[in-house]
Design a binder for this molecule. Structure first.
Ligand code: TYD
Length: 132
């Protein structure tokens, strides 16, 4: 399956923690866009799409949530609750995310500008394009 859980190095001391992400150091692509999601009701299911080309690094910077990742053949669930871990999702992966804690803030670093044409929002179309 084309996703990975990446451990980011923490620059920590008695004052607290800091994580810096740079291409080649924790980030495998050039970032063209950053967006973040918060204030999501716990049982809402977001996502429900795949991307044709886009790569993303998802960081749950506060609280927790669950990501369900599906390559058309297999489904896996990843629980995100740690700002020092990044969920790297390559293209052609169907994702749904849910089970948001009240304090959940998800930051997403993206390899491309927003482009609705890159979205596959129909699961059957996704499976066909993924060759499943
Ligand atoms: P969407 O990607 O469908 O959200 P999610 O997968 O988190 O449920 O986007 C929700 C709305 O926000 C949709 O109208 C498109 C808009 N949007 C942008 O304008 N720019 C962006 O970079 C993103 C990610 C979404």
């Amino acid at each position: 399956m084309t996703f990975e859980l990446v451990d980011f190095p923490i620059h920590g001391n008695h004052d607290g923690n800091l994580i810096a992400l740079e291409k080649g150091h924790g980030l495998p692509f050039d970032v063209k866009r950053v967006y973040y999601i918060w204030g999501t009701r716990p049982n809402v299911v977001r996502g429900k799409h795949a991307h044709r080309k886009l790569e993303q690094m998802v960081v749950c910077v506060s609280g927790s949530c669950d990501f369900i990742l599906d390559d058309g053949a297999k489904r896996e669930m990843v629980h995100l609750d740690n700002p020092s871990k990044g969920l790297y999702i390559k293209h052609n992966i169907w994702r749904e995310f849910t089970n948001f804690s009240d304090d959940c803030v998800i930051m997403v670093l993206a390899s491309e500008y927003y482009d609705e044409a890159d979205y596959i929002r129909d699961y059957e179309v996704f499976k066909k394009e993924a060759g499943r």
